[in-house]
Each structure stands twice: as C-alpha cells, then as structure tokens.
Design a protein around this ligand. Structure first.
Ligand code: ATP
Ligand code: MG
Length: 553
C-alpha cells in the first residue's frame, strides 16, 4: 500500500534531533525489549515501529532484546514467535538477538559492586513485613532492621543466596536508597531474588534472578543504547534507572523516555489478560483471528504495511488515549482496496437455473483480478446453466431502491451476462429453493443493442464448478469498549464474535494463498485460513466501516 510519506514529528524525534545536533551521539541506538511470556500484540507493534522506525530513519541501530528475568513465565516458543513477528512486520534487528540473561554474570557483578559500596543489602524480613515497612504514598516507609548489616556480612549472605542456600522468598537483595522517597520504587527496591527455576537460555546455572528495574538499565548500557523508549507506567522508575547507572562502574549513559501505551477499543492489550483468554479457551489459541496479537491479525489477513501505517497514523505522544477499532480497520481496508485480488463467493446461496442456457454447456469466462490495476492480471471463471447467487440479492417484489434481482426484471451478473428472473420454486415453508431465469446471450461484456438497462450488478458462483467453503465472520471480541476496566473480563466477551456460514466460492480460490486477503466482490475482504484441513475463509474486514453503526445501536 502507499504508506503515508510524511513522517509526523513527535517529542522523541525532537529529542533525538537535538542530541544529534549537539553531538551528544554520533548515531542513535534503540532496542525493542519484549519479555518472552506471551505473543506480541498490536500495542507491541507500536513500540516496534517506533524503535525500529527511528533506527531506520536516522541510520541508527535497533536491537531485539529479550527481557528474560522471569524464567517461570517464559519459554522458547514465545521467543521464536516474537522473532517471527518482528520479521514479518518488516524489521531486522542489529546483529544477533540479545538476551538480558546473557548479562547475568555482569549483573551479578554490579549487584556485588553495590553491596561493596554499602548500597545494597540482603533482607530476611518476611514479604508481609516488607510490605508494611514500605509505607504508602502518604506515609514514608520504615528502615528494615537489615539495612545496616555490614558490607562483609552482606557479601557473605549474597554469596549464600547465589549458592542456593536460601529458599525462595526467604531473602532478597535490596538497593539501599531512600525509604522516605516520594517515589515508591525508590524505597529500597528488591534487585535480586531467589528462584529455583530452569531458564530457557541459562538452564540451571542460576537460582538468583535480577529484577526488571535493575536489569533493564544495565542491559541498555551494556548494549550502548542511546534512547531507551518505554511506556508511561515506567515514568517513576526512571529515577531508579538513573540511580543504578549512577552508582555502578559503567561508561555508557542511556536515557529513558516514556510514551503512552496503545489502547484499542473492544479488546485488551495486556499479555496477562490475553493469556487468560488462551488458557481458558475462550479463543482458538494466540493466533485466533479475533485476537489483537500480531499472529492473530496475520492469520486474519492483515498485512505488515497496514499495521505499520496504523502505527504511523496513531502517532507517539505522552497522552493516554483509546483508539477506535475503525482506525485500524481503515488501514487494512485502504491497503486491500488497492492491492487485494477480486474473486466471487456466495455466503448465503440460493440456486438459479437459466432455462434458456444449454443443458451441458460450461463456458470459461475471463475476469480481471482488479478493476483498476491491469498488472494484477485476470482469471478464468466457469459459467453454466445453474448458478448460486446471494439469497438477499433476490426479491419477488421490490421498489426502485432495490438494485438487485427482482421477478420480471434484469440484472447484470458480475463479469458475465444479463439475467432475468422469471419464476420461483418454494419449499413447504415458503422458502425459495430455485429461481428460474433466462439470460441474454448477447450481453457478455457489452450492453444490449436495444438500450435496455440492468437494475444493478450481482455476484454469483457456478453451482456445478463452485466449491463449498466454510466462511468465518468475525466481530469484536468484547461487548464493551474498555473490557480491561471490567472486574470480570470473560463476562464481557461478545458471544457473537464468530459466526460461521457455509458458502460457495469460485474454483480459483481453492489455491488461494493462506493469510493473503482477497476481496469477495460486494461482500468484504477474506483470506484462506492457514490451519484448517478443509477450505475455510476468515473475514479480514468488511467493505465499509460498520463500527459507527454498531456504536449507535
Ligand atoms: P503487557 O502488559 O502486554 O504484558 P509489557 O509491557 O509487559 O506488556 P513487554 O514484553 O515487557 O510487555 O513489552 C515490550 C515493549 O513493548 C515495552 O517497551 C513496552 O513498553 C512496549 N509495549 C507493551 N505494550 C504496549 C502498548 N500497549 N503500547 C505501546 N507499547 C507497548
Ligand atoms: Mg513487561
């Protein structure tokens, strides 16, 4: 698609422009630091496009770093899916993939340095006691009785922690900062804890693991990151980020800048909540097409360009906001309108018999794959005496506004002939079974010589050569615009988020590429599902914005 060329500036670009102008850095170096404890979602795409995008635009570098300090929640499948998603979005990280766990030796050394400087201590208080001593936003905390333990004793205890002599939760290593700080994260935060857990990268080497705040800033410094971009919830933690780097022996001085998270209506963007949907089987896995994950959007037929365009349109600010689903959908719609091949499918078929068409004849018609882009070529579609059309495209009687097939009137069959409805056959319930029609053999690709006009154009599929297919129509996953604010997430799931219909598609679609969306003419954009062993099409997006209508209901 034509991604918008103008790059909107933002406060981070302004900071970088200034840093480069002042010669603070010769080259910028950013990083995208996911924790491999779930699949990436569209919020992560915002961070990916920002970090990798800045590196691209400023001829800098961007690392992919796994922030892997919680071994119990992480695994190698998540690592692999994240790498795959970053590539799919169109980005390549600088050099090898990095892991915070790759710095465990150095991190342990820096923790020891803090102890030696009298700036860290091992605390054996119970977790409950520690919570009590932390104080509140209104009340300062209280010093722990372990705060004044000697350096020698702390070194000894930290060595014992590292050697596995203490149980999980029995003690933690804390930074000695300020129990009266207005920033809670500065009230002697834990920087190392005991975990007897197998790690996907380091195996069983460690039974102590560093905490996020201690790890992140040091990892940034080790990698030479210049601008460490994260979301606003880490604003306070910036004090701790700077404190750690101020108090250890390390040359590089990365700076942290915060921007607002992406929130998207009618969905949730928190791995914890997405994990719940997957593990409780409310959805069909991480790549369920209703999920806001990159894998889900991909399976649904979204393109990398449409997601990058979305990230560009929403921009980067410090303001918290909630983005409407329509913004994301309009990005994929714009892309597919321009780039998706056209095809015909009938979702609610009713049979048409063309009585003046020869019994055993099948014609092969040629149809362009795109109405305005000839370079997309054409395809062959079989036409015969029996067709399927959309049930809603026919009425026995209708007023002038109904521009489809009506008894006694003519329509044009898309890519084919004029068709006139003559009579119908109904079943006992009064439902139409067959529409008997006639066609005008002299109207293929041209209007009738006598100047007759068709009421409209409808799509169709050959009854004989068409292929049955399951069509999955997706709707918003949640009933409420902000499900994350609800106490019980699963209670506000939309029970109608997936509707399955059995349709018929033109034969060329049997070989459609999974995940690559096409336009089913007059219906919407669909792509073949990659998992199913039968022919299944997922609806990527409808032709027009239906969200505005839904809102008003
Ligand atoms: P989650 O709440 O989904 O678990 P997280 O922040 O814990 O998100 P990480 O894997 O730590 O997930 O995130 C990697 C990077 O992506 C971080 O820099 C984080 O700030 C950013 N990120 C995560 N969610 C969003 C979002 N909704 N919008 C923008 N950036 C995000
Ligand atoms: Mg996180």
């Amino acid at each position: 698609m034509a991604e918008t060329d103008v790059r909107p500036t933002n406060f981070i670009r302004q900071i970088i422009d200034k840093d480069l102008a002042e010669g603070k850095h010769q080259q910028i170096h950013t990083r995208f630091p996911p924790e491999p404890n779930g699949y990436l979602h569209i919020g992560h795409a915002k961070s990916i496009c920002l970090n990798f995008g800045l590196a691209q635009d400023y001829q800098g570098l961007c690392n992919l770093r796994f922030d892997d300090t919680n071994p119990e929640k992480e695994n190698i499948d998540f690592v692999n899916s994240i790498k795959d998603d970053v590539h799919w979005l169109g980005f390549q990280w600088h050099g090898e993939v990095c892991y915070s766990s790759g710095y465990f030796d150095q991190l342990h050394g820096f923790a020891t340095e803090l102890i030696e400087k009298g700036l860290a201590y091992v605390d054996f208080s119970t977790q409950e006691k520690m919570r009590e001593m932390r104080g509140t936003l209104k009340q300062p905390g209280v010093n722990s009785p372990y705060r004044d333990t000697s350096v020698e004793e702390n070194l000894k205890q930290f060595a014992k922690m590292t050697a596995g002599e203490y149980a999980e939760g029995e003690c933690v290593l804390r930074a000695k900062i300020d129990m009266a700080s207005p920033f809670m994260c500065m009230r002697d935060p834990a920087i190392y804890r005991v975990r007897f857990a197998h790690h996907h990268q380091t195996g069983d080497k460690w039974c102590v693991y560093p905490m996020y705040d201690f790890t992140h800033c040091i990892s940034d410094a080790i990698e030479g990151i210049t601008h460490s971009l994260c979301t606003l919830e880490f604003q306070d933690n910036r004090r701790l980020y700077d404190w750690v780097l101020d108090n250890i022996t390390i040359e590089a001085r990365p700076r942290q800048y915060e921007f607002s998270r992406l929130n998207l209506e009618y969905t949730v963007l928190s791995k914890r909540k997405l994990i719940q949907l997957v593990s409780e089987k409310h959805v069909d896995g991480w790549d369920d097409p209703r999920m806001p994950t990159i894998a889900g959007l991909r399976r649904r037929g979204y393109t990398p360009a449409s997601i990058r365009e979305f990230c560009k349109r929403i921009g980067v600010t410090k303001m918290d906001n909630m983005v409407e689903m329509g913004v994301l959908e309009s990005c994929i719609r714009d892309d597919l309108n321009q780039n998706a091949a056209r095809a015909m499918a009938v979702l609610d078929p009713v049979k048409v018999v063309i009585e003046n068409y020869p019994q055993d004849k099948t014609e092969i018609l040629t149809a362009p794959n795109h109405p305005s882009d000839e370079s997309m070529g054409s395809r062959e579609i079989p036409f015969g005496r029996e067709l399927f059309i959309e049930r809603e495209d026919f009425r026995e009687e209708a007023n002038k506004k109904f521009k489809r097939l009506v008894l006694g009137k003519e329509v044009r069959l898309r890519n084919a002939y004029f068709l006139k409805a003559e009579r119908v056959e109904k079943d006992e319930q009064g439902e139409i079974q067959t529409i008997y029609c006639t066609y005008d053999a002299d109207t293929l690709g041209k209007d009738p010589a006598d100047g007759r006009k068709a009421k409209g154009v409808i799509h169709w599929v050959s009854a004989d050569k068409g292929v049955p297919a399951e069509i999955r129509l997706y709707d918003r996953l949640f009933k409420l615009p902000n499900p994350a604010a609800e106490e019980n997430l699963t209670e506000c799931l939309n029970p109608q988020s997936l509707k399955i219909v059995q349709g018929v598609v033109e034969p060329s679609l049997v070989n459609a590429e999974p995940g690559k969306a096409l336009q089913f003419e007059r219906i919407g954009y669909f792509c073949k599902d990659k998992h199913a062993d039968k022919l299944v099409f997922n609806r990527t997006v409808s032709l027009r914005d239906t969200w505005a209508k839904i809102e008003g209901q």
